[in-house]
Design a protein around this ligand. Structure first.
Ligand SMILES: Nc1nc2c(ncn2[C@@H]2O[C@H](COP(=O)(O)OP(=O)(O)OP(=O)(O)O)[C@@H](O)[C@H]2O)c(=O)[nH]1
Ligand SMILES: [Mg+2]
Length: 458
């Protein structure tokens, strides 16, 4: 207060003198200082924002794996299966959507490649479920029940307090925040799944959910291509997180990053909205904390990969740093005090620990998890009409310019029904071709930013 009053008095005096047209030498000097300070602050803020810019790589680092139909029978015969499995966490009462998802992935992919499917449940399996799903999978299918520790609160949790917080999130209308089982699910997929005994022998996993639909044929082996191109994490849809579910998550992850001295790479910066506030105010905001804000006063842009689809190298999650990160988050209580989602935890970890060439956007995969979809459309001249394995083409969407899919049945003419802002922001470190400022301003984000080159695999 002692400082604010004289500043206010001087400001008033300056205004009075400006209005009267008679500016004293003292006021002129004050004005000069004021303008110099204002310009310095603006320049510093500009420099801060510029220092967070994502450098453009010399060429695109992540092209689609395929841009036409291929012969799936030949592809399956040409290479042994990767050390990989599908994983579906589901409940007995989800028999119908689980069966639908399995029949769909079998028709679009697994009828040729016969990968194993691991079904997980937190309760004893219903024999009817097991019988129906086992019959539907063309590879091997196994059914596991999670242990109490794998599907519950972390040790040392005050369960009563945690339940009260969950109830309070439900009362506030936070999306699925009031469902204890949903919190367990998010915690499980953030930290416990990769350590399961039943998954130990596998290196790769493809996450499947009941009710999802693959809308195009996948005629090559995504696991094999991930391995060949040294990719670690693959996704189809990138979106904004629901802000109310995780106000403290970004701070917790960034504090971990800073404590471990993990550098702020372009990948990490792709998750950040740099603050336009001048340095002292920015640092003050960082010190005071606040939702989605780190200690520098910058905020998370809330972008994340929609983890209901995920093809990933499990060794990434099993690595020491990811496990330490999970333990750090688990100890902080945010999986229950808030409703931290595994999608955001994975995405922040991926952007903290991986390089831009290790993440893959499956732009050629058609995928629908209510309410969002991506559908690449049908590649002109690339539909392999004489290939018996792909069957009849009569129900496919028409071929369209620039499309890269195989035998897709897209829900409508659009390639996706979610805005491409997060996709473009998160892929910027890998993208030589990017939308221009004008395109961004008009909201025109390309469907896939790294087209059309498919780099040959050595
Ligand atoms: N066994 C079991 N599986 C669950 C439970 N809750 C969720 N799951 C599974 O966890 C996965 C994610 O749950 P969803 O309810 O689909 O969550 P979501 O995809 O984040 O949210 P939606 O957009 O509503 O689908 C699905 O495979 C569910 O079947 C549970 O209590 N028990
Ligand atoms: Mg779901």
């Amino acid at each position: 207060m002692a400082l604010v009053a004289p500043i206010l008095r001087s400001t008033l005096q300056i205004f009075r003198q400006l209005r009267s047209g008679r500016i004293s030498r003292r006021t002129a000097a004050r004005l000069r200082i004021f303008f110099i300070l204002a310009i310095a602050c603006a320049l510093e803020a500009l420099l801060h924002v510029r220092s967070n810019a994502i450098p453009r790589p010399p060429h695109d680092l992540d092209a689609p794996f395929s841009t036409t139909c291929q012969d799936p029978v030949r592809n399956a015969a040409a290479n042994p299966r990767e050390n990989a499995t599908f994983v579906m966490l589901t409940r007995n009462n989800e028999l119908k959507p689980a069966l639908q998802a399995i029949e769909n992935i079998e028709r679009q992919f697994n009828q040729w490649f016969h990968y194993h499917v691991l079904f997980l449940n937190n309760e004893a399996w219903d024999p009817e479920f097991v019988r129906a799903l086992k019959t539907a999978v063309s590879g091997e299918a196994t059914f596991e029940v999670l242990s109490e520790e794998e599907w519950s609160f972390p040790p040392q949790t005050n369960v009563e307090d945690a339940r009260a917080k969950i109830k309070e999130q439900g009362d506030r209308g936070i999306y699925k925040g009031g469902l204890e089982s949903y919190h367990h699910m998010c915690r499980f997929y953030s930290g416990n799944f990769y350590a399961l005994e039943a998954l130990k022998k596998y290196r790769w996993y493809w996450r499947l959910e009941p009710g999802v639909e693959y809308t195009c044929a996948i005629t090559y082996d995504p696991f094999l291509e991930m391995a060949r191109r040294e990719k670690v994490y693959g996704f189809v849809v990138a979106l904004w997180e629901v802000p109310e579910t995780c106000p403290g998550l970004f701070r917790a992850v960034d504090d971990f990053r800073a404590a471990k001295k993990i550098p702020e790479t372009p990948m990490w910066r792709a998750m950040i909205n740099p603050s336009w506030m001048p340095w002292p105010i920015r640092r003050l905001r960082g010190w005071l904390g606040g939702e989605h804000r780190n200690r520098n006063g910058d905020t998370w842009n809330l972008c994340h990969y929609w983890s209901n689809f995920e093809i990933a190298d499990l060794d990434f999650f099993r690595g020491n740093t990811y496990q330490e990160l999970f333990r750090h988050l688990d100890r902080s209580g945010g999986f229950y005090d808030e409703r931290w989602g595994d999608a955001s935890v994975h995405a922040l970890a991926v952007h903290m620990l991986l390089g831009p060439d290790q993440v893959h956007h499956f732009a050629d995969i058609g995928y629908w998890h209510e309410p969002f979809f991506q559908c690449p459309g049908n590649a002109p001249g690339g539909q392999q009409l004489d290939l018996a394995a792909l069957g009849d083409n009569s129900r496919s969407s028409p071929e369209s310019e620039g499309a890269i899919g195989c035998r897709c049945q897209c829900p409508d003419d659009r390639r996706r029904n979610n805005r491409g802002i997060c996709l473009n922001t998160m892929q910027a470190p890998a993208a030589f071709h990017r939308p221009s400022f004008v395109q961004k301003w008009r909201g025109q984000y390309p469907y896939t930013i790294n087209m059309p080159t498919v780099r040959p695999v050595p």
